[in-house]
Design a binder for this molecule. Structure first.
Ligand code: SF4
Ligand code: SF4
Length: 471
């Protein structure tokens, strides 16, 4: 990493944060409005992801939301599948697998998630920053407005901008709450008087001000200071990882552009030192110093530099997605054996996550012979055993369970109600007798299988033993 940049020995930029001055005061970043092919792609993707984010709580699968993380009732829903506390090990396993997936993905493909998919970046760059450009203008106007005294123009623009910011923050906090308590509960809160749901109301207000604070003031500091994923980049990235990188071999010997010059003859590098890559950077860094923790891989500098390269009739890609090794060796990036192996592991992890989902049935049950009971001989030549069933309903609908002996001609007689009623997300138990004809039993202990059905559909099979008299 040290090798990149104009002055290989000058590593002083690593001692400071780009957004803090020598006195420790915040340096406000006024990034230039980015434009270009990648910016367009990023914008389309962000609108698509925003639509998913806002619609998700309202989309239902079998009556359950697409995603819900109700930490209050410990009910988690992933793609319509309810994970009750009994499934927590599975939920934790899926989450751990996802973390491993993210680490491996970052090692090979870099930090592309931050710049293209992370909700913080999407809201900051594609919602709040766009409103800022619309009201305050591009970066030069923003700086001018910031420095001017509080006159009518500044009050009006600040008022309009922050009012819109707060309205959007309120919308985000409602959506955020819908992910926690569910959309139905959110509507119920909205429709009933405030005093009936004071906690919900206060939560919405607190969240809305937190979001307002983050997007109006804290901004890129989330990525630079708070985000753990950002902080871990140093250990996840290596010289073969794909990152947004400046080709210092090609670019150095940087010098301003002069019309009709022959830069090769004059021994100048391709970088025309126009500073456009720095101007557009939302975290205020100079990518020409090399890979830095502050770089969120948003690719805005790639667009800016490509534009300048085109203008000066030079090949595009002076700043591009590449590995440090490929740039140092001046060779195209090779998909190394390690990258192939990691990609294979990534695919396996996807299969594992899908498999973990399928492991989870709609119910779980244990059937045990009631302790301390013996078999009973009935007058009609039948032998009966008493059992106890404990069942957990992990589906999102109430179940009425019936039982059948699967591998013997036997009958089941429930104690009490004919069916075991199991409300969704709850557990219940009931006792029942199994009757098997004496002439079908050849040993003292016979292995039997009991099937558990709901609406005629077999949900679960349970093995247990049936005790009978000695032959
Ligand atoms: S250096 Fe480039 S890719 Fe990195 S954050 Fe700045 S503009 Fe985005
Ligand atoms: S945009 Fe490209 S040419 Fe301009 S300063 Fe940055 S790297 Fe150099």
């Amino acid at each position: 990493m040290v090798e990149q940049g104009m002055n290989k020995d000058d590593d002083s930029f690593r001692d400071i944060i780009s957004t803090v001055d020598e006195d420790g005061r915040r340096k406000w970043v006024f990034p230039k409005k980015p434009k270009g092919k990648l910016t367009n792609y990023r914008t389309y993707l962000s609108y698509f992801l925003l639509a998913i984010l806002f619609l998700n709580p309202w989309i239902k699968i079998d009556g359950e939301p697409m995603l819900m993380f109700n930490i209050l009732t410990r009910k988690f829903v992933l793609f319509g599948q309810v994970f009750w506390p009994q499934d927590f090990y599975l939920f934790a396993l899926i989450m751990i697998t996802l973390v491993v997936f993210i680490v491996l993905f970052t090692t090979i493909y870099g930090r592309i998630f931050c710049g293209w998919i992370c909700p913080q970046t999407i809201f900051m760059e594609h919602v709040f920053r766009k409103i800022e450009y619309l009201i305050d203008g591009d970066y030069k106007h923003q700086i001018q407005l910031n420095n001017q005294p509080w006159n009518l123009e500044k009050i009006t623009k600040r008022g309009a901008k922050y009012s819109l910011y707060y309205l959007i923050s309120l919308l985000i906090s409602h959506t955020f709450l819908a992910y926690i308590i569910g959309a139905d509960e959110l509507i119920r809160i909205q429709k009933s008087p405030v005093q009936e749901h004071l906690v919900g109301f206060i939560s919405i207000i607190i969240f809305s001000w937190v979001f307002f604070f983050v997007f109006a003031w804290f901004r890129e500091q989330v990525c630079l200071i708070v985000c753990p994923y950002g902080r871990l980049q140093g250990v996840m990235l290596d010289r073969n990882s794909l990152v947004v990188a400046y080709d210092y071999i090609r670019g150095e010997g940087r010098a301003k552009y002069k019309k009709n010059e022959d830069r090769k003859k004059e021994n100048k590098g391709d970088c025309i030192d126009c500073n456009q890559c720095v101007d557009v950077c939302p975290t205020g860094i100079d990518i020409r110093h090399g890979t830095q923790l502050e770089c969120i891989n948003c690719t805005a500098c790639m667009d800016a530099c490509d534009f300048m390269m085109e203008k000066t009739n030079q090949p595009k890609g002076l700043i591009r997605i590449d590995s440090e090794n490929a740039i140092a060796e001046n060779k195209p990036n090779k998909f190394s054996t390690r990258s192939k192996a990691y990609t294979a592991v990534l695919l396996l992890l996807v299969v594992l996550i899908v498999y973990l989902f399928t492991l989870r049935g709609s119910m779980e049950a244990t059937i045990l012979r009631t302790p301390g009971t013996l078999f009973q001989e009935q007058e009609n030549g039948m032998i009966s055993n008493l059992y106890n069933v404990k069942a957990v309903n992990k589906s999102n609908k109430d179940l009425k369970l019936t039982f059948e002996v699967m591998n013997f001609e036997g009958t089941i007689k429930m104690v009490g109600s004919d069916t075991l009623y199991l409300p969704k997300g709850e557990s219940s138990q009931q006792a029942f007798f199994v009757h098997i004809s004496k002439d079908k039993l050849f040993t003292r202990s016979t292995k039997i299988k009991i099937g558990i059905f709901s609406d005629g559909v077999l949900l679960h099979e349970n093995k247990t033993t049936f005790s009978g008299p000695e032959e």
